[in-house]
Design a protein around this ligand. Structure first.
Ligand code: PLP
Length: 448
């Protein structure tokens, strides 16, 4: 009884504790995934056209983790170790930049046409850690500004917001980042005495808008990076998922002036549980005393205090998969890409069927793009959708989707939504879009 009373006393004391946290989290941050998961939890029957996760039906986890043996054999022979000692070494703390940089250098050349030395490569804990390392290595003062696509990927903008860094959005066009708006912002920031250091872009199959930059826009962006002296950070999370038959061209492969930092992820091409990403930074840094170092080595200093090193066991699994497949993931993913293309086609067909052709007057003004790759379709609406409508759609129509405003720095883009087909079957896609059409019709008809 005494114990219980003490615990009760302690609990009531704890309840009253006021913990002061980073105010950027309290005031400047919206937990989008938490919000969507919470609604999904309350309406488990709702079909989610919101979750951008890959289809686990394509995961080959059991097979692929066994590839660690292939890597251990390779590691043993390269380092003159027994297999037992090779495994012991994999269990140890290891190099900050990673233990598979040589294999990743070949992979980048084979699959992305990028020529990077192993010394310029970091193996990271997902693309997300690579974003954090890049930002923390390059930006350090109140004067530094990061420019991002708007709408754009929240993994980058939310980190910048939480860190209290200067961040500005650049409008998106149907051909990716709006270069005129970018140049305007570069001049505007310079006029305010600010220094734009990083510009984040997804040149291919952008999340959330599904857009691609044509080669001439890529070229112009690279020219601007020289003229205004900033680095471009290229996020290629969906590059492999091209549905046109030809491979997406990475910006880094066209980077003659060495202005691009390349960030890739293995979450979609293998599986997210691996938590592996790759960062290629081929630039050099010259210190005040004239000493020149690799940017990748400076980044390693940051990585060392963020995650020490990327789990070597996971690196060994990826290393084994690469060794088994001649340092390319193209063949490993061929079937998967075809299946995602079919899903994209199924969603476009469903949009046409339930909104385009059979939609009545209510469907006037609803349009969508036809992405050439990736996981996302951008739908424009003649009316705004807010959080209350998301709840209504889940509750009354059994469908969930992502408002585009969640990906916008200032919460605008209310007249747009993002749909994804990635983890759904063809029949779920059709049913989900049919339910979405029901919801859109009800909102449109209320407005009349
Ligand atoms: C555009 C974009 N970049 C990066 C990532 C995250 O990659 P990772 O899981 O490797 O951190 C995602 C994941 O959804 C993404 O959509």
């Amino acid at each position: 009884l005494i114990l219980t009373n003490n615990r009760e006393k302690q609990n009531s004391f704890n309840m009253e504790q006021q913990v002061s946290i980073n105010e950027n989290i309290a005031s400047n941050y919206k937990d989008v995934m938490g919000f969507l998961n919470e609604i999904q939890g309350r309406y488990p029957g709702a079909i989610s056209l919101a979750a951008g996760r890959p289809d686990d039906g394509f995961f080959d986890v059991r097979e692929q983790v066994m590839c660690i043996d292939i890597f251990a054999g390779h590691f043993a022979s390269v380092n003159g170790l027994s297999i037992d000692d090779a495994f012991k070494s994999l269990g140890q703390y290891n190099k900050t930049k990673g233990i598979i940089a040589d294999l990743l250098a070949s992979y980048l050349l084979n699959d992305e046409g990028i020529d990077a030395a192993p010394e310029d490569i970091l193996v990271t804990v997902g693309a997300q850690e690579a974003f954090v390392i890049t930002i923390k290595t390059i930006c350090n003062s109140n004067n530094d500004v990061i420019l991002v696509e708007d709408p754009g990927y929240i993994g980058v903008s939310d980190f910048a917001k939480i860190s209290g860094l200067g961040i500005e959005g650049i409008r998106m066009t149907a051909s990716g980042i709006d270069l005129e708006h970018l140049e305007f912002k570069l001049k505007e920031q310079a006029g305010k005495g600010k220094k734009v250091k990083l510009v984040f872009v997804m040149p291919n199959y952008q999340n959330p808008a599904g857009t691609c930059m044509p080669p001439e826009n890529m070229e112009r962006l690279l020219q601007l990076s020289v003229k205004y002296d900033f680095l471009v950070v290229e996020d290629v999370a969906y590059n492999l998922f091209s549905y046109s038959g030809s491979r997406a061209v990475s910006l880094k492969s066209a980077d003659k002036n060495n202005r691009v930092i390349y960030i890739g992820s293995f979450a979609k091409s293998l599986f997210p549980g691996l938590r592996l990403g790759v960062l290629a930074a081929t630039q050099r840094v010259v210190s005040k005393d004239g000493k020149s170092t690799r940017l990748a080595d400076e980044m390693a200093k940051v990585k060392a205090v963020v995650t020490v090193n990327t789990p070597t066991i996971n690196q060994a699994i990826l290393g084994g998969i690469l060794l088994k497949n001649n340092n390319s993931l193209a063949a490993v993913n061929a079937e998967k890409i075809k299946a995602y293309k079919d899903k994209r086609d199924a969603m476009l067909a469903a949009l046409q069927k339930h909104i385009g052709s059979s939609g009545g007057e209510w469907a006037g003004g609803i349009t969508w793009n036809e992405p050439a790759g990736g996981f996302f379709i951008r739908v424009k609406l003649p009316f705004p959708v807010y959080e209350a409508e998301i709840e209504k759609a889940a509750k009354e129509f059994g469908v969930l989707f992502c408002p585009m405003s969640y990906f916008s720095l200032d919460g605008s883009a209310e007249n747009e939504i993002r749909l994804t087909f990635a983890s759904l079957s063809a029949s779920q896609i059709d049913e989900g879009v049919s339910r979405l059409a029901g919801f859109l019709q009800s909102v449109a008809c209320q407005l009349v």
